[in-house]
Design a protein around this ligand. Sequence first.
Ligand code: NDP
Length: 269
Amino acid sequence: MKNFVFNNGIAMPIIGYGTFKIEDMQAYQCVLDALEVGYRRIDTAAFYANEKGIGKALANSGMTRGQIFLTSKLWTDANTAQRVNAAVDKMLDSLKTDYLDLLLIHWPTPANLIVWQAMEKLVKAGKVLSIGVSNFKEHHLAELLLYCNIPPVLNQIELHPLFQQKELRQFCVDHNIIAEAWSPLMRGDALALRELQAIGNKYNKSAAQVILRYLIENNISIIPKTLSKARMQENINIFDFSLSDKDKLAIAALDSKQRQYRDPDSHGF
Ligand code: NDP
């Protein structure tokens, strides 16, 4: 599978397997299925409470740790250096590993800079290889870039056909930060859009495959989630076609510029 290369030189597979709302027991089998299908990157978070199931799957997968790229996220209660350290130690224990490939701040809070400094120390200690953020808007990133010693490698944000975040994506490009789409399929709802189905028919692909292909053609990292092994396969089977410029423009035109989920400035955490 192709890779993105971060601003620190570390590579990350273009597609990851998202695990939001997959509980621990189920996460075990899902991650084993995802690895068997060909995913080599897993996206989890302290908030998802499924790191133990994922850790067990990784341990029983027959793969070496180095073959898998593992991302987790600090929840908003990890808002002091001590709490960040404790949260990461708990993650490593649950995931049965001694390092994370990527650690993200899940949502911005007033403690961003304190948390970031603690994350930088974890990089130096070798517990985390790369650090990034999630749900950061331009103003959160601008502040972080002003004060950080290690710049973020990635920003994981709400991004799908109805909310394409062009300005924030450009800000990320300008600062050498990979933009990553969460809920790329709009939790399944985007698949009902007739425009996407019609484009898919031209290539003999599903609406899900059209969206995921569109995102990677725009250099956006994707982490689709599904419980179904067949759909895991479907979502990764997007490297044998490319969208015409006309179809890409048609998908770009679906952008309503309306967030479907929480606004990071008023999420209430
Ligand atoms: P997605 O956009 O990935 O959609 C998942 C839904 O789409 C599931 O209900 C799934 O159903 C369905 N689906 C997936 N593939 C197909 C397909 N090929 N055909 C039909 N239906 C399909 O939503 P998520 O919210 O899960 O986002 C992806 C990941 O992003 C999360 O799992 C998580 O890792 C991350 N995330 C991060 C956030 C953040 O704040 N940083 C917030 C939200 C998500 P089924 O299982 O039945 O196939």
